[in-house]
Design a protein around this ligand. Structure first.
Ligand code: CDP
Length: 228
């Protein structure tokens, strides 16, 4: 689809875990012919690599060195197996590995480290400033791209987000415990929003979309209306 140039070129979507940022962001990017960039996968890639190498997650210096040295590539999805993008670390496709329980459990502490954030933020900013991009994360509108043309903060209650994650796992044929998922969503929210560096919050000029009572299609329509 060809869009006239007055559409926002840099679109930031932030929000808590499982608020639907990736689904909406990918659909929006496809509709506009923009690059979709999910920054969460970079934090997941560093976390996966640290676990793989047996590093101590509490070792901030080691994690920072790893984030600075790891070759992380995020590319458009090469397979239609449910992924929104490919995640490569040092050339290896680790897209599904980054979605493991172990990564889920450790990614928030890793993302709280200042050194890890500055290494990854720099790469994200470089890509974002090229424009024609939908960038998704926790701190895109506040820290990574504070001058984004359009900022959306996608929200939903922890219960609704846990329900969506639960359904997602069942659809993929996995086993899930709703109460455990809800506990983890709350724990990740707590760490992400109380950390010192780039905590999760809506930018002052962000438009907050509460998706609790909306289907994915309805959220997409709302967001598309904002773009137009
Ligand atoms: O898919 P989900 O929303 O559950 O998580 P994600 O977007 O893949 O992000 C995983 C974790 O990375 C988050 O819980 C944050 O701790 C961290 N993150 C961040 O700190 N800053 C970002 N821009 C993106 C993710």
């Amino acid at each position: 689809m060809n869009m006239p140039s007055q559409h926002p070129s840099i679109i930031a979507i932030d929000g808590p875990a499982a608020s639907g940022k990736s689904t909406i962001g990918l659909r929006l990017a496809n509709a506009l012919g923009y690059l979709f960039f999910d920054t969460g996968v970079m934090y997941r890639a560093v976390t996966w690599l640290a676990l793989e190498r047996g590093l101590d997650i509490r070792d901030e210096a080691a994690l920072t060195a790893l984030a600075e040295e790891a070759q992380i590539d995020v590319a458009p999805a090469s397979r239609s197996d449910g992924r929104t993008c490919d995640v490569l670390v040092n050339g290896q496709d680790i897209t599904w590995e980054t979605r493991s329980r172990n990564v889920d459990a450790n990614v928030s502490p890793v993302s709280a480290y200042r050194g890890v954030r500055s290494a990854l933020t720099e790469q994200q900013r470089r890509i974002g400033l090229r424009g024609d991009v939908v960038m998704v994360g926790r701190d895109i509108g506040t820290v990574v791209l504070p001058d984004a043309d359009l900022k959306i903060y996608l929200d939903a209650t922890p219960e609704e987000r846990a329900r969506r994650r639960y359904e997602e796992i069942l659809v993929r044929g996995g086993e899930a415990d709703y109460d455990e998922i809800l506990r983890k969503v709350r724990e990740r929210d707590r760490i992400d929003s109380t950390r010192d560096v780039a905590p999760l919050k809506a930018a002052q000029d962000a438009i907050v979309v509460d998706s609790d009572q909306l289907t994915a299609d309805e959220v997409f329509e709302q967001v598309l209306a904002l773009v137009k």
